[in-house]
Ligand binder design. Structure first.
Ligand code: ADP
Ligand code: MG
Length: 674
């Protein structure tokens, strides 16, 4: 901090409605005792009564009050679900998994998760026919709805974290509402709907769900002291680290710290910095236990986040927005809020879906602040100025109003619904729906923009839990004879990057990977890396990844995804063939799905996207950074100071004419005007 640390510009006492459960207590309290201490426990009977009485109910309660973990168990032990399942949706896989594991423990099944309590997330299904309480991502429930739109397996659907308003949750609202009504009309067993959140616009939700009743779970409150920085900080990561060490040198060792950052790469970098600095003999303070927390983490690592640190050790959790409301960790007394979040945003004007680090909303900033005051008075350091706070949006815009809708449109079509006539809680812009239809038409999934049905190809596309462009690539592989290769590439693109690029060792990292870097770009490079990895014995995989600065975890996740996608391909009877070392079929095949993601060299290092004539640059992390191929296709756009393309493959313009002649004729312009 330039000004000698954050200054108390304003102290705000938060009225957070949280009870003093789990006060940091390093003595073991039994798991059942912990359950009884939750604020929700004394409301149990009243809640069950309301749930019996109402078919749809909104339940509001502060983060950590016990909604997600307890309510399904209450329903289960009162046997309200009546032989059906209780499905609880979560916007994020990391939350679905970690909550299911916790609840399995609470239920006390000897085999653990996968029996009475299970979870289903993309590429992973840990349930059994005996599962009663099933946590699943909203995207997975939507996929189940495509098989059975009445969701007959369930007698309860709990739409959790409803305030997050992810695309899938918004679609689910309509699907579940419709299923409830249809089951009533057909006199099938009733479907009960619970909508839960820590924070939401109750009136808006109640209006949409036929004026349903809302209940509030009350609890105790603790004030949180909020500090703003005096000046703005471009480099918020460094500011977070500096703030951490200021706290670290003064606060008692058992006051844990939670830092909010945006994604895996950033979180790992800050974690490493804190580990190194905390070992420096010149830095005062107790030992430090660093716990990263983000989406694509292995489950074993997620559990350590909940374990108290040993004596004389401070725990610091470095998390994405998953720790805002989805996952509660006890012991936190300090929050450091970078004020940033990574979000996917679609710009109809540019035609690009971007993963962009952006400012959070005021609502999110208060949720983050609240994490410091669950058990006692806490402190929140905001790495932004008061004026920056005032300029934040009040609340987060629903994703459906800012993201590429092609996946929503195709899923609704699989259910026989045209997105324009769907009962959305908040309608997405007409232009976005139209753009999605146009994209699907170009991909061959629909015949016209008014279609209410999918083409044969479209029906195959929805079998994959992927963006339609990637499903199209997999389905095109037959024609190019390269399904083996394409399966690998698509799997690797479905998780986080396998490449580690520590800023201090960028050169070494690049040199170590020389053997499999491809002049044809990042996707072929990914393929080469995976091939070597896959041919190694499991004993040598770890050291090989380490030597080549590759993330072993993400690599094995990709292998797991590949198995799942392979199963879908086999079900669709696609021939699993390889094109060997020839890269051309692979590159053409990628183009068959990603022709809308092509850029042409414009002038010195600058590219223009063919689709919307947007000026872009090649990201420095790309293997073809520094070269200037005439045409490239890309899989990601990131906006920092400039607009960058990441994940590139070199292509030839002729291929575009061969694959999508009409599109090529109307988009390749020989003058280089923007
Ligand atoms: P809510 O959904 O209302 O935010 P939860 O049901 O998620 O609350 O959490 C209730 C309590 O259970 C919290 O105090 C939390 O600390 C604890 N808890 C949840 N998951 C775990 C876990 N994996 N390990 C230990 N405690 C947990
Ligand atoms: Mg919850």
């Amino acid at each position: 901090f330039n000004n000698g640390g954050p200054t108390a510009r304003k102290k705000i006492a938060l009225n957070l409605n949280v009870q003093t459960n789990n006060f940091k207590n390093k003595n073991k309290v039994s798991i059942q005792e912990q359950r009884r201490k939750l604020p929700i426990f004394e409301k149990r009977n009243k809640l069950l009564e309301l749930i019996r009485r109402h078919n749809t109910l909104i339940i509001l309660g502060e983060t950590g009050s016990g909604k997600t973990t307890q309510i399904p168990q209450y329903i289960n032990s009162a046997r309200l679900q009546n032989n059906g399942k209780i499905g609880i949706t979560q916007p994020r896989r990391v939350a679905a998994i970690s909550v299911a594991m916790r609840v399995a423990q609470e239920v006390g099944d000897a085999v653990g998760v996968g029996e009475t309590v299970g979870y289903t997330v993309r590429f992973e299904d840990v349930t059994s026919p005996r599962t009663k309480i099933k946590y699943l991502t909203d995207g997975m429930l939507l996929r189940e709805a495509m098989v059975d739109n009445l969701l007959m397996e369930y007698t309860f659907i709990i739409l959790d974290e409803a305030h997050e308003r992810t695309i899938h949750t918004d679609v689910l609202f309509g699907i579940v509402k419709q299923a409830q009504k249809a089951r009533e009309e057909k006199k099938l067993r009733p479907l009960k709907i619970l909508i839960m959140s820590a924070t939401m616009d109750v009136d808006h939700f109640s209006d949409y769900f036929n004026n349903c009743r809302a209940v509030y779970l009350e609890g105790r409150t603790y004030p949180v002291n909020v500090y703003y920085t005096l000046t703005t900080h471009e480099d918020y990561q460094t500011a977070c680290v500096a703030t951490f060490f200021k706290i670290h040198q003064q606060a008692p060792w058992d006051h844990d710290v939670l830092i909010f950052l945006t994604g895996q790469e950033e979180i790992e970098a800050v974690a490493q910095q804190i580990r190194i600095l905390s070992r420096d003999p010149d830095v005062a303070g107790p030992s430090v236990k660093v716990c990263p927390l983000y989406a694509s983490q292995p489950t074993t690592q997620q559990i350590t986040v909940f374990q108290p640190a040993p004596e004389n050790t401070r725990k610091v959790i470095i998390a994405t927005n998953v720790a805002e409301t989805s996952i509660t960790i006890s012991g936190i007394r300090y929050v450091i809020d970078s004020g940033m979040v990574k979000a996917r945003t679609y710009h109809p004007a540019t035609g690009l879906d971007m993963l962009k680090v952006q400012r959070i909303s005021q609502e999110q900033s208060w949720q983050r602040t609240g994490r410091a005051g669950r058990e006692a008075e806490g402190y929140c350091y905001r790495i932004y100025t008061r004026s920056q706070y005032e300029h934040m949006q009040k609340s987060t815009i629903p994703e459906i109003q800012r993201a590429n809708l092609s996946i929503v449109v195709i899923q609704l079509l699989a259910l026989g619904i045209h997105a324009a006539s769907f009962d959305f809680m908040d309608k997405p812009p007409k232009d976005s729906i139209l753009a999605a239809f146009e994209q699907l038409k170009l991909l061959g999934a629909v015949e016209t923009v008014d279609s209410r049905t999918l083409t044969t190809l479209g029906k195959k596309m929805v079998q994959f839990p992927l963006d339609p462009r990637f499903s199209k690539i997999l389905l095109s592989a037959q024609e190019y004879g390269c399904l083996e290769e394409i399966l690998t590439i698509v799997s690797l693109l479905s998780g986080e990057s396998i490449f580690l690029n520590p800023s201090s060792k960028r050169e070494q990292a690049m040199t170590s990977r020389q053997k499999f870097l491809s002049p044809y770009g990042d996707h072929i490079t990914l393929l080469n890396a995976f091939r070597v990895y896959n041919n190694l014995g499991s004993n040598s995989q770890r050291s090989w990844c380490h030597e080549h600065y590759l993330n072993m975890r993400n690599m094995s996740y990709a292998a797991q995804v590949r198995t799942q996608l392979l199963e879908v391909c086999q079900r669709l009877k696609l021939p699993i063939v390889s094109c060997g070392n020839d890269t051309e079929p692979v590159r053409k095949c990628l183009l068959a799905g990603l022709f809308m993601n092509v850029a042409e060299l414009h002038k010195e290092k600058q590219y223009i996207t063919l689709d919307k004539r947007q000026v872009v640059n090649i990201h420095p992390s790309s293997v073809i950074h520094g070269q200037q191929p005439q045409f490239v296709l890309f899989t990601e756009v990131v906006q920092t100071s400039k607009c960058y393309l990441r994940g590139l493959t070199t292509i030839e313009s002729q291929w575009l004419y061969d694959i999508v002649p009409d599109y090529a004729r109307s988009h390749i312009r020989f003058n280089k005007d923007i």
